[in-house]
Design a protein around this ligand. Structure first.
Ligand code: ADP
Length: 190
C-alpha cells in the first residue's frame, strides 16, 4: 500500500484536491476532520468529546484520530493506497503513524504539501463558511486559533518530513484546475 499525506494549512484546498487525486490514483481519501464531523452529526460519545475542541480551533486528542485512522487502514483493502488529509497534525501523530505502519513493514510514501499565505487562509475559510456552513469556519476567533494551532503544532511536520526525505511542496495559489495539474505532475513522479 502507498501512504500519501496531503499537507497544508486550513483552507489550503486539501479536501477539494483530495477527491480528484483519490480517483486518479486509486487511493482511499481519509479526512480526519470529515470523520470527526460525522461523529458529531451522529451524536456519538466520541463526537461529543470532539465538538467543543473543534469549535475552539484546538486539536482533538491524538488517540481519537489515530484510532480512526488505524481502523480505516485495517478495513479498506481494495485500493492502491491511502490519501491522508488533516492527519498527522502534530509531531506525536507523525511518530505514531510511523509506528502503526512499521507493524506491517510499511512507511509513509510521500508528503504533498499545498502552501498558501495566512491572508489567503482567512479569505478562503470565510468564502467556504458561506457555502458549507461549518461552525468552525464561521467564527473569527476560531479561525484565528486554527491558524495559530497550525503554525505551532502542525508546521513543525515540514521539518520532520523534510528530514525523512519525503516532503514535496506545491504552491496552493491559483485555480482548482491549475493546482490539480501541479499536483498530478508531482504525483506522477512519486
Ligand atoms: P481544516 O483543514 O479546514 O482545518 P479539517 O476538516 O481538516 O479542517 O479539521 C477540522 C478540525 O477537526 C480541526 O480544526 C481539529 O479540531 C480537528 N481535527 C482534524 N484532524 C485532526 C487531527 N489529525 N488531530 C487532531 N484534531 C484534528
Amino acid at each position: 500500500m502507498k501512504y500519501f499525506i496531503l499537507f497544508g494549512p486550513p483552507g489550503a484546498g486539501k479536501g477539494t484536491q483530495a477527491t480528484s487525486m483519490a480517483e486518479r490514483y486509486n487511493l482511499r481519501h481519509i479526512s480526519t476532520g470529515e470523520l470527526l464531523r460525522k461523529e458529531i452529526a451522529a451524536g456519538s460519545e466520541l463526537g461529543l468529546q470532539a465538538k467543543a475542541l473543534i469549535e475552539a480551533g484546538e486539536l482533538v486528542p491524538d488517540a481519537i484520530v489515530e484510532g480512526m485512522i488505524e481502523s480505516e487502514f485495517r478495513t479498506v483493502k481494495d485500493v492502491a493506497g491511502f490519501l491522508l488529509d488533516g492527519f498527522p497534525r502534530n509531531t506525536a501523530q507523525a511518530r505514531d503513524l510511523d509506528t502503526i505502519l512499521a507493524k506491517t513493514g510499511e512507511e509513509v510514501t510521500a508528503v504533498v504539501s499545498l502552501m498558501i499565505p495566512d491572508e489567503t487562509i482567512k479569505e478562503r475559510i470565510r468564502h467556504r463558511a458561506a457555502i458549507e456552513g461549518r461552525g468552525d469556519d464561521a467564527n473569527e476567533s476560531t479561525i484565528a486559533n486554527r491558524i495559530a494551532t497550525y503554525h505551532e503544532k502542525t508546521e513543525p511536520l515540514i521539518t520532520y518530513y523534510t528530514t525523512g526525505g519525503k516532503y514535496n511542496e506545491i504552491d496552493g495559489l491559483g485555480t482548482i484546475d491549475e493546482v490539480h495539474d501541479k499536483i498530478c505532475r508531482l504525483m506522477d513522479t512519486l
